[in-house]
Write a protein that binds this ligand. Structure first.
Ligand code: KG4
Ligand code: ZN
Length: 343
């Protein structure tokens, strides 16, 4: 089965084709970074309009790259949520229409499930069960994963998501949107341990996170720092080390509590190199392995939607023919793909 995947949940238009036997055939992403940069964040209406402009040309592009025609597609997957409703509607409408025109099955995919399963697209995929840390702009979650659709939430952020904390802290440091990659660049010029940021919620039991305090801590430092570029780089370094350290401490705790030795880290923040270095040290000490998607598939993309859609569509799962997008959609409400025998 060959699945066309369409992602339009936020500020990236992603389209891809996944083939059940040949794997990922083509994928393309259009980032709206330049469009939203002047506003310092995503403007939902502009995001929706840009998805309208991009989604069909990107679809033609991936078909051409894969050497395929529309007739060669067997099913269509799109992001159903969570995300910006107007943006989601663009992908859902296009996916549904393409499927309707050719009588193909279509399926609305959970964006965070797609992030969670993205590392399975790599050459050395982790076996089930594993623990997954999902760190994106909207979510920070620790999930115990027994199989596709078999998720137990172990912990989540009680306030800002990790990516949101990066973006807000970057703004405080005067960096342009999107803050995560910019802050990483600034932090690479910073000295370690100049500022000792807190490691929130690590001194008490549990697997929840809280990142809003780090932002406040930064605000106070920035106020006293003035314009000294080295001091700003040191602050960025201190912030990034604190986030990486906090996430690593919680992941170590989750591995110990579940007895699982495989950790998957996915979502936009998993592209961060300092985080990856910190996690490598933790995993080695714990005799565990860490699995990431390739860098291009850490942030939003169509490949993860095509793949997640394939796993469920090939098991016979279908969505009813309605534009049923949703801004909120708990991961734990998902069930294994229809038809799969879970014993
Ligand atoms: O998964 P994603 O592309 O979109 C959502 O589903 O939210 O994640 C985007 C988030 C943003 O907050 C962005 O600043 C952050 O991931 N991010 C990073 C890096 N690259 C993206 N944060 C830290 N370091 C990075 N290199
Ligand atoms: Zn995402």
């Amino acid at each position: 089965m060959r699945v066309l995947g369409i992602e339009t949940s936020c500020d990236e238009t992603g389209v891809a084709i996944y083939d059940g036997s040949a794997g990922l055939l083509a994928h393309a992403v259009h980032s709206q970074v330049d469009l939203h940069a002047t506003y310092g964040g995503v403007v939902p209406e502009l995001a929706s309009r840009d998805h309208v402009r991009r989604v069909l040309p990107l679809t033609e592009q991936v078909l051409a790259e894969a050497g395929l025609a529309r007739e060669d597609i067997d099913a269509v997957a799109y992001t159903r949520g969570p995300g910006l409703v107007g943006a989601l509607l663009v992908g859902a409408a296009v996916a549904r229409s393409l499927a309707w025109a050719r009588g193909l099955p279509a399926l609305g995919v959970h964006h965070m499930e797609a992030h969670l399963l993205a590392p399975l697209l790599e050459d050395d995929p982790p076996a089930f069960p594993f623990v997954a840390l999902l760190v994106s702009g909207g979510h920070t979650m620790l999930v115990q994963v027994a199989g596709v659709g078999r998720y137990r939430l172990l912990g989540e952020s009680v306030d800002d998501a990790a990516g949101e904390a990066f973006d807000k802290t970057a703004k405080l440091l005067g960096l342009p949107y999107p803050g995560g990659p910019q802050l990483e660049r600034l932090a690479s010029r910073g000295e370690p341990d100049t500022y000792r940021f807190p490691r929130p919620m690590t001194d008490r039991p549990g697997l929840d996170f809280s990142f809003s305090g780090l932002k406040t801590f930064t605000r106070n430092l920035v106020r006293d720092a003035g314009d000294d570029p080295q001091v700003r780089a040191n602050i960025a370094r201190g912030f990034q080390d604190a986030v990486a350290d906090t996430l690593a401490i919680k992941c170590r705790r989750a591995l110990r509590e579940t007895g699982v030795r495989r950790l998957v880290v996915a979502g936009g923040v998993s592209a961060n190199r300092a985080l990856r270095e910190r996690f490598a040290v933790m995993a080695q000490a714990e005799d565990a392995t860490v699995h990431y998607p390739r860098l291009a598939l850490c942030t939003d993309n169509g490949a993860m939607i095509a793949y997640c859609g394939y796993l469920r569509l090939s098991a016979g799962e279908r969505s009813a023919a309605a534009f049923d997008v949703t801004a909120r959609w708990p991961l734990e409400g998902l069930i294994p793909p229809a038809g799969e025998n879970v014993g």
